[in-house]
Design a protein around this ligand. Structure first.
Ligand code: ATP
Ligand code: MG
Length: 414
């Protein structure tokens, strides 16, 4: 393993605040285990004899429905702890944990754990806190589901946003959308909410005939997919549908929050992925897009101005906007060859893990833009394109997990 065991443990919420000596003690009694995809880590009803810290891979938590079908409750990934509830309460497992990818975990056995707890008050307190928070989250989700039953069959709305200009947001949005459209033809829409100088159509060599500004929010609310197609421009090479906010800068003020809401609600009913490019700032247009987003991807750059802008935005999201859940994700882009801060340092400053890191691509992104061809098609083997394609794969996984979580009773996979 590249990182030390204590570093890995610190990534797990439950252990994150423990002092170094306590972490080292725990580290000594953990055992590394590898679990192949589809294998069961533990089963509902079994005695709880261990907890696991996920080092790499994803775990699906599920319970059996009335007819024995699998009902998925959650997906957990690197740094998450699995199975601590039963371990604390001494009850049997309340759910089944299955490796949804190949998995590396650290196992903490109950016998060793009990011995450790008796002489570690800090750990005890910390675990109690995490368990209480998990219970509350589960309760809230159940209440929410009972109330609206929404989310079922809804596409994933992903908003890309950079608080500083020139971070590469439009380049990333466009290429990510094209990469997704290659994987899911006819299921991806891209919305250009740069209501002043949007240039998504230029990057794709498209000439939209109309725009969101030309429709009234009321008629948007009543439109079906066929009539809405008229407002979308198809990028023939990838099948991607593009919706431009405006055709001309002076139309910018015609776009209201109501437009954005109706358009995104309509699009997510008909597309698996709705990818949104935004301009800088916390305008009404952006706030509405954030509100409807399944995930908000903050595009970061490794320079001081960029970092400052991102930390300030984090404060605004946290203190003023209070979106439910945890929609913020971070991607690191390198629009210039200069790196003022290392990715590790950056991750620490922002207290964030990056879902992707896009290297500097020299002049290729700009050349691709001039030619009106997306990078991922023009230079599919470049490091930039590969990084964007793996981001698309990650989105795909996230979307699959969201579908599983939306309550669909999927047949149990072997
Ligand atoms: N990884 C990269 N490597 C090299 N050049 C890049 C990279 N990412 C973006 N660029 C270039 O940086 C410039 C700015 O990119 P882009 O227009 O996508 O940024 P933006 O965040 O959308 O900017 P704006 O604030 O104007 O909306 C473009 O010329 C683009 O080709
Ligand atoms: Mg842009």
């Amino acid at each position: 393993m590249a990182e030390s065991v204590t570093d890995l443990l610190r990534q797990a919420e439950v252990f994150s605040r423990l002092p170094e000596p306590a972490l080292r003690k725990i580290g000594k009694i953990l055992r590394e285990r590898r679990v192949a995809q589809h294998q069961v880590l533990f089963r509902q009803g079994e005695p709880a004899d261990a907890l696991f810290v996920i080092i790499a891979g994803r775990v699906r938590i599920s319970i059996a429905g009335p007819g024995g079908e699998e009902k998925v409750l959650a997906f957990l990934g690197t740094g998450d702890v699995v199975g601590e509830m039963g371990l604390l309460s001494g009850e049997t497992r309340s759910a089944t944990a299955t490796a949804s990818t190949n998995l590396v975990v650290l196992q903490l056995r109950k016998v060793d754990f009990d011995a450790l707890l008796t002489n570690n008050v800090d750990l005890m307190r910390e675990l109690a806190r995490v368990v209480a928070r998990r219970r509350e989250a589960t309760r809230q989700r159940a209440a929410q589901e009972a109330e609206d039953g929404q989310g079922r069959g809804q596409g994933m709305v992903s908003v890309l946003f950079a608080p500083r200009g020139g971070a590469g947001t439009t380049t990333l949005t466009t290429n990510l959308a094209v990469a997704l459209a290659h994987r899911a033809p006819d299921h991806v829409a891209l919305v250009d909410l740069n209501v002043l100088f949007g240039h998504v159509p230029l990057l794709l060599n498209l000439s939209p005939r109309t725009s969101l500004a030309a429709i009234s929010p009321v008629s948007l609310g009543q439109m079906d997919r066929d009539s809405f197609e008229f407002y979308l421009t198809t990028h023939a090479a990838s099948s991607l549908r593009v919706l431009s906010g405006v055709l001309r800068p002076e139309e910018g003020e015609l776009i209201t929050a109501a437009h954005v809401r109706s358009a995104l609600e309509l699009l997510r009913r008909h597309f698996t992925y709705v990818i949104v490019d935004t301009a800088r700032g916390f305008s009404d247009v952006n706030l509405t897009a954030f509100e409807l987003a399944s995930n908000i991807l903050i595009v970061c750059t490794a320079d001081r101005v960029g970092i400052r802008a991102v930390t300030e935005s984090q404060r605004i999201f946290r203190e003023l906007l209070h979106f439910p859940g945890d929609p913020l994700q971070y991607v690191l882009n390198h629009p210039s060859p200069y790196v003022a801060v290392s990715p590790q340092q950056l991750g620490q400053t922002l207290q964030a893990q990056f879902v992707g890191s896009i290297p500097f691509g020299g002049d290729t992104p700009t050349r691709a833009a001039l030619e009106g061809q997306p990078m991922v098609t023009r230079w599919p083997n470049s490091a930039v394109s590969k990084a964007i394609v793996s981001l698309a794969a990650r989105f795909e996984q996230q979307s699959r997990e969201a579908v599983a979580l939306s309550g669909a009773l999927a047949p149990v996979s072997s």
